[in-house]
Design a binder for this molecule. Structure first.
Ligand code: FRU
Length: 483
């Protein structure tokens, strides 16, 4: 078997087995997700060699399926005047047999505020015939955006409707003093090069001051707009991170580029993930017609940290690929780990209520089906060190809730998260050495978190209370580095 990132670095206990991570340095947003010429291409925001972040390149994983991906280098680097301070986030589209990547060329002047002056958010295009070698050009500059925008315009997401190219970008509208507002710019183009700004979509009152990483798609014919708003006020059961990532269920008659105001945003907006480490996701449709989401399993927030991986020269990861399903009665988008991840399962055992189970490889897929009405708890420890506890129980306001509590040492500042559950029917935990993804109610509620065991821990032990589970160890998938 080919080596994995994990087996190449056997002395690093935090290396991940089946999540994409940077070879070294810093990773943030997933970019340019697509299926092209028989291969998946997963690009990402990358600061090679800088585990605490730095200038941004695009890193690149590619492979024939989602469990055989190969790190193939940095196809886009900040080497032009229009992207010299970062090849920022963007998206992919396959058109005319070529792969087109749209991204933001970031240029900043450190002597300015970089909000109202001193920042360029250039819209750029990189074209490739083979998916590996790209030619770049700059298509739009700040002068091409509406006058109401501050300098913050970025993260183009492109799709096609009929023969027409369409694009959304995230922006921060100038509401000085003190009420800047997140918004989405809609563009259209006939050839993918000359773009016309059709409309700005925003809310009557600010719903956050900036919207990053927008995404527009239809699922089962229903329109959705995803984005990552900055500046939503924290509430008891939602918006608990410094910045959020979620989606608006749009009115059914929504026409891209024609609706200027989104009403009732606080009711329409639903977070993708209620955990500590999730931001800036992107979706794409693969050859099988699945709508797949990857998120950044990380945040830039400084209240908690990843010192154990920084010490080893890297930081952050992507979530596993999550397939989206729409719940017909609620419009909620459920996320489920792509089925091909099940090929990594081995050593299946059935664990009953009240039993402990060993996870010798420090990975796991733990599935609890048909939950009882009474409380259920899954907890994880490494020797005597509690790592985290996940429980489903009554919510003080009525109904059920999911609760995640990190052990003091393991959390490195991460403490407790809660989210209301629609039904409390099932629970699944994907464990990958130092990263956990928790899926409740078929992925209607998800929580992602990093956790850190003592470096000497040989394996983990799980404990079940209130229900039994099927448990597997998870193999490392063949993420390898090219020569
Ligand atoms: C989101 C983000 C994007 C930007 C990128 C830069 O995490 O701030 O808006 O393009 O990261 O790395």
């Amino acid at each position: 078997m080919e080596p994995s990132v994990r087996t190449l670095f056997p002395d690093d206990p935090c290396r991940l087995a089946f999540h994409l991570m940077p070879p070294d340095g810093w990773m943030n947003d997933p970019n340019g997700l697509c299926y092209f010429n028989g291969e998946y291409h997963i690009f990402f925001q990358y600061s090679p060699g800088c585990p605490e972040g730095g200038n941004k390149w695009w890193g690149h994983y590619a492979g024939p399926d989602l469990t055989h991906l190969r790190y193939v280098g940095t196809p886009l680097s900040p080497d032009r005047p229009y992207d010299r301070d970062g090849v920022f986030s963007g998206s992919a589209i396959v058109s005319g047999g070529r792969l087109l990547l749209y991204f933001t060329g970031n240029v900043t002047d450190p002597a300015t505020d970089r909000i109202y002056t001193g920042r360029e958010g250039n819209t750029c295009l990189a074209v490739s015939d083979d998916g590996y070698h790209f030619t770049k050009e700059c298509l739009m500059t700040n002068a091409d955006y509406p006058a109401a925008c501050t300098c913050h315009v970025r993260d183009p997401k492109v799709w096609k409707e009929g023969g027409t190219f369409r694009m959304v970008q995230g922006t921060r509208l100038d509401g000085r003093p003190g009420s800047d507002r997140g918004a989405i710019l809609f563009f259209r183009s006939e050839d993918g090069r000359k773009w016309v700004n059709e409309a700005t979509l925003t809310t009557e009152k600010p719903f956050g001051y900036m919207w990053e990483c927008p995404d527009f798609f239809r699922l089962d014919g229903h329109p959705y707009l995803a984005c990552s708003p900055q500046g939503l006020p924290e509430e008891a059961y939602r918006w608990q991170n410094e910045s959020q990532a979620g989606y608006f269920a749009l009115p059914e008659d929504f026409v891209p580029g024609h609706t200027p105001l989104l009403d009732r945003p606080e009711e329409r907006f639903r977070e993708w993930d209620f955990g500590f480490d999730f931001y800036a996701p992107q979706t794409f449709e693969d050859a099988a017609g699945r709508r797949i989401l990857f998120g950044w399993a990380g945040v830039s927030y400084r209240g908690y940290d990843n010192a154990p991986t920084i010490r080893r020269g890297w930081q952050h990861a992507l979530t596993v690929p999550r397939v989206l399903h729409r719940q017909p009665d609620t419009g909620i988008l459920c996320q489920q780990p792509a089925a091909e991840l099940e090929s990594l399962r081995h050593n299946r055992r059935t664990v009953s209520d009240g039993q402990a189970f060993a996870l010798p490889e420090r990975t796991g897929d733990i599935v609890l089906e048909a939950l009882p009405d009474s409380p259920v708890t899954v907890s994880l420890a490494a020797e005597d060190c509690p790592l985290f506890t996940v429980s489903i129980g009554p919510c003080p306001e009525g109904g059920k809730m999911l609760e995640l509590t990190l052990g003091k040492e393991a959390g490195r500042g991460r403490t407790r998260r809660v989210a209301k559950l629609p039904a409390a029917q099932n629970l699944r935990l994907l464990l990958d050495t130092s990263l956990a993804e928790i899926y409740a109610d078929d992925g209607a509620v998800v929580m992602t978190t990093r956790f850190y065991a003592p470096e000497t821990a040989e394996g983990y032990t799980g404990y079940l209370h209130g229900a039994g589970a099927e448990v597997w160890d998870m193999a490392a998938h063949t993420v390898v580095f090219a020569e």
